[in-house]
Design a binder for this molecule. Structure first.
Ligand code: ARG
Length: 269
């Protein structure tokens, strides 16, 4: 099977102020020190990887004190140049929302919406050709799913996450190409699992070990899949299906519960 890559446009934020100073998910332990130099080297590698694959990467200025701002995926959902902004669940991250919206406004996006309902952007939204997959359970309010559908004009499918280790949709599922996804079924409620099986009969199903390696926090351009290097079974499955895994090490950022996808917001014009 020949896979076709399409050029992507991403927004990222350097981890200049990255740290774990509070705990809002089970991965975060403020007692475990963070090596910011190492985090920066890993993040820089990720950024260079995208550029080498031919993608465009924009950078937003990091704000002092916002230790999780490196996780750009949470700042919104961008489709047809419409920017559905984030509203963070936790007060610690709340100031990230206006900082990111300001970037989009300055970059000339005509419609930048401060949302009414709590939602953590692409942390809990994923886009296939026809659908927006949306999660609730830990962060995003289900009311935001309807708000996103109304604003973006795309059908939104609501899913429910049930395992706190997989607190955002992008820790449990990623979009491989226009019609297929990869996911870890046990992260979802029984009804959500059946809905996913119905929508994506050919989905790649990942193991718990691969999910815990943040292997589902991957970024695919339709052919190349930037994936956590520790997710070895997933990497083998991707290869078997004709994708080209591009392994990356973001172990320092994993101390905050984030991987490659968390650091990457896709801009869809
Ligand atoms: N520490 C951050 C939080 O818990 C990590 C966010 C990771 N981002 C993501 N898209 N999953 O909010």
């Amino acid at each position: 099977m020949i896979r076709t890559a399409t050029r992507r446009e991403y927004l990222m934020c350097p981890p200049a102020h990255f740290d774990v100073t509070y705990s809002i998910n089970p991965w975060m332990d403020p007692g475990v020190p963070v090596d910011r130099t190492r985090a920066t080297a890993q993040w820089t590698r990720l950024c260079e990887t995208y550029r080498q694959l031919g993608h465009t990467v924009h950078l937003v200025d990091p704000v002092p004190g916002l230790v999780d701002m490196v996780f750009a995926a949470n700042c919104g959902l961008v489709l047809d140049s419409l920017v559905y902004g984030a509203r963070y669940r936790n007060v610690e991250r709340a100031p990230e929302a206006p900082a990111y919206r300001a970037w989009f406004t300055a970059a000339g996006f005509p419609s930048v919406r401060p949302p009414e309902h709590v939602n953590e952007g692409e942390g809990d939204f994923a886009v296939t050709r026809d659908l927006v997959l949306a999660a609730s359970g830990f962060r995003t309010d289900p009311a935001a799913h309807g708000e996103a559908q109304e604003f973006l004009g795309r059908p939104v499918v609501s899913l429910c996450l049930t395992d706190p280790r997989f607190y955002h949709l992008d820790t449990a599922l990623f979009v491989l190409d226009d019609d297929t996804v990869a996911y870890y079924p046990a992260a979802f409620s029984p009804g959500s699992r059946r809905a996913l099986a119905h929508l994506f009969p050919d989905a790649l199903l990942a193991s718990e070990a691969d999910a815990l390696a943040l292997g589902l926090n991957s970024v695919s351009d339709g052919a190349n899949v930037v994936v956590a290097q520790a997710a070895t079974d997933l990497i083998a499955q991707l290869t078997a299906r004709g994708y080209r895994p591009v392994p990356v090490d973001l172990s320092e950022l994993a101390k905050a519960g984030g991987g490659a996808k968390c650091c990457t917001l896709e801009i869809r014009r």
